[in-house]
Design a protein around this ligand. Structure first.
Ligand code: SF4
Length: 694
């Protein structure tokens, strides 16, 4: 990558950072990337971009890139460089040996939302058909798995309902547990545009997010609830809607399951859900909660957007269902300007889930227990598929420590840094007899690996990503893969070494196979993507050009399904030993664990993670800006510098996790969502004390 120069050609591709999925023109001089220019024809971004997609691409040619496959017998041995065939054979022999000794279920794999749809599809295919079990999972487990469960249960489809553009038709926008201007900047700007045009904003978040400071905005209401009390709040909002007669009876009667609605109505009308009854739990002024409910219910078009502040809780799935209940009760589903909209963190979280990377679902959210579904896949894959769901990521860790799980293929995910309770993860990784890591850098997980397979960056591959609005965008190869293979070719090589035959000439053939087996993708092809620019699924016979707004006429399950959402307090409670609650988030210039952005100039904008502490908590502990603070939880301890900030509630502290030294996941605990095991990153009881410099 060179900074200056005159491009001689350009190639349109898709940003590999957040779930907005902006299109860029990669302007090239020969084989060198000169710059990334936001593409005006991009249907998700229409020529806009943020500092990550625009400037943070230099990591692709960073000297730290892995360029050669490497193997070693033990994690105490030095690495040996080998060629691709040797690496595949080494890995295959290890995995076969493990299965011969410990059984078919003793190995599995984890894929990543960084990967393309085609790569993800192949990885889960390799595991189900080549490994012969369903031990496949994805990093979406630790972010939006409750979205998959909650939306499928209530609305019948594991996806957001709207296009991004839809927000320009909203009169009221509710944002819960999301920070769009930092984490989804191009969409955050679109929201701001609508707010400046007069839409009302309601934010439910323990922290004062920047959206609340939008200039020339008429109405903004902040509900700074205590971390871990989302479900109490959503029930209180629904209680006001029902008891004040603000529900949309026509929508409920025509579109929803009457019996489920009546049961839910009886549940939610109980006075224990009233804003006054839940005020002590949420810490919110009941009048403000009532006001928020009335604003949303009375809007012509009310839209709800939410992020990881909803999903990463012990009641993440319950909260997603509570949001869908509220939207159905007020008739805010099935047209522009309304809906339930998860803001997906990574570029391809939606696609990773769509492509069958969860252990219980084949591509298109088709359950492995369905014999007819399995028969269709078995016919094409020429291999039997287990009818039982396999292990989830936390189950794999537990089984590894228990000694029954011995081999793991990790593609594009730094689980040692990004999963909660680092000590537990490291113990699991150390227990493996074969860990295969496929990544672009020698990450923290690779320290425990026996096989390193160099990955390819988004600039070195063909494929597709699916953004948060279900939009399938083309990823186009801009330069040759540094290590000689695109990621999908690596999975093919590993499969063939294991004796499971895979043959593809181009990712378009993989997409054709996906379309053949996935009812919501039957109309998707690379030719159509070229023709239309992008496609929002479902794309099939009924919707040949895709579906911008979901659930316009009916739900995939027929009628909308109201679900009981009882509030249950998290186990992460404060006490004398751990008197504060820690919550985590992201900032604009950095991305997740920072593996990419820290290797670009964006590093200079944010070179360390800090702990935000409210002035009252700081005064109590004699803490000043830049003091070093020891932070301890039930899981572990770390050290961060202090930043005094009024953006947090008293009693709540906040940090980001963009740098390996932050140790944020050393202190997060094993607590997780009851339905999906999504970790409760957003609530950790901690103690904070001044310490001398680490
Ligand atoms: Fe990339 Fe998201 Fe920024 Fe768009 S908003 S440029 S997709 S990081």
């Amino acid at each position: 990558v060179i900074e200056q120069g005159q491009p001689d050609h350009s190639i349109v591709t898709t940003c590999a950072y957040c779930g907005v999925g902006c299109s860029f023109k990669a302007e090239m001089q020969g084989n060198q990337l000169v710059r990334m220019v936001p593409y005006k024809g991009g249907q998700a971004n229409q020529g806009h971009s943020c500092v990550k997609g625009r400037f943070a691409f230099g990591y692709a040619t960073h000297p730290d890139r892995l360029t050669k496959p490497m193997v070693r017998d033990s994690i105490d041995d030095p690495w040996h460089e080998v060629d691709w065939e040797e690496a595949f054979n080494f890995a295959a022999q290890k995995l076969k040996g493990i299965q011969a000794k410990y059984g078919r279920e003793s190995i599995g794999g984890i894929t990543s939302s960084r990967c393309t749809n085609e790569e993800t599809y192949l990885t889960q295919k390799l595991i189900r058909a080549g490994f012969g079990n369903n031990n496949t999972d994805t990093c979406a487990r630790v972010c939006h798995s409750p979205t998959g469960y909650g939306l499928k249960t209530t609305l019948g489809e594991s996806a957001g309902t709207q296009t991004f553009e839809s927000v320009l038709k909203s009169d009221t926008i509710i944002v819960i547990g999301a920070n769009p201007t930092d984490a989804h900047p191009v969409f955050g700007s679109l929201m701001r545009k609508r707010l400046r045009q007069g839409a009302k904003l309601i934010v439910a978040d323990p922290r004062q997010i920047d959206l609340l400071n939008t200039p020339h905005m008429d109405h903004a209401l902040h509900l700074p609830l205590k971390p871990g009390t989302n479900v109490a709040l959503i029930n209180a909002l629904a209680h006001v809607v029902i008891t004040e007669g603000l529900e949309d009876t026509d929508f409920i009667h025509n579109r929803c399951d009457e019996r489920a609605y009546q049961q839910w109505r009886e549940f939610i009308a109980d006075t224990r859900h009233a804003p006054e009854s839940t005020a002590e739990i949420t810490g919110l002024d009941p009048e403000q909660v009532r006001r928020a409910a009335r604003i949303y219910a009375n809007a012509s078009n009310g839209a709800i957007y939410y992020g990881l502040g909803v999903t990463e809780h012990s009641q993440g799935s319950t909260m997603v269902m509570g949001i869908a209940n509220l939207a159905m009760a007020t008739g805010n589903i099935g047209r522009e300007g309304v809906g339930v909209n998860p803001l997906r963190g990574q570029n391809n979280v939606q696609g990773s889930c769509d492509m069958g990377s969860f252990p219980h679902e084949l591509p298109g959210y088709q359950h492995v227990s369905d014999a007819k579904v399995r028969a269709r896949f078995e016919a094409v894959w020429q291999a039997p598929i287990d009818d039982e769901p396999g292990l989830r990521i936390p189950n794999m860790f537990d089984a590894a420590i228990a000694g029954s799980f011995k081999g793991l293929y990790v593609q594009g995910e730094d689980i040692a840094q990004s999963d909660p309770n680092t000590q537990h993860v490291e113990e699991a990784l150390r227990s493996l007899e074969c860990l295969i890591v496929q990544d672009i850098f020698l990450n923290e997980t690779a320290k425990f690996a026996h096989v390193l397979l160099p990955g390819s960056s988004f600039l070195e591959k063909n494929g597709t990503f699916t953004n948060a609005e279900r939009r399938i965008n083309r990823v186009r190869k801009v330069m040759a893969p540094i290590a000689g293979k695109e990621d999908w070719e690596v999975t093919v090589g590993l499969a063939n070494a294991l004796g499971y035959n895979m043959e593809y000439n181009h990712p378009s053939e993989i997409m054709d196979e996906i379309a053949q087996l996935t009812p919501t993708f039957t109309g998707v092809s690379y030719d159509k993507l070229e023709q239309l620019g992008s496609i929002q699924w479902p794309c099939n016979e009924q919707h040949p050009n895709g579906t911008p707004t979901m659930h316009e006429v009916d739900f995939p399950i027929g009628k909308g399904n109201f679900t009981i959402t009882e509030y249950v307090a998290t186990d992460e409670r404060t006490n004398r030993r751990f008197p504060l609650l820690l919550t985590t988030g992201r900032i604009l210039s950095q991305y997740n664990v920072g593996a990419q952005t820290r290797r670009t100039d964006n590093q200079h904008w944010h070179d360390e993670d800090v702990l935000e502490v409210h002035p009252s908590d700081a005064e109590l502990r004699g803490i000043h800006d830049n003091d070093w603070l020891g932070i301890s939880s039930r899981a572990g301890q770390t050290v961060l510098r202090a930043r005094i900030s009024e953006r947090m509630l008293p009693g709540v502290v906040y940090t980001t996790f963009h740098h390996p030294g932050s140790g944020a996941n050393v202190i997060t605990t094993d607590s997780s969502d009851w339905a999906t095991n999504c970790p409760e990153y957003k609530v950790t009881a901690v103690q904070v004390e001044k310490v001398s410099q680490p």
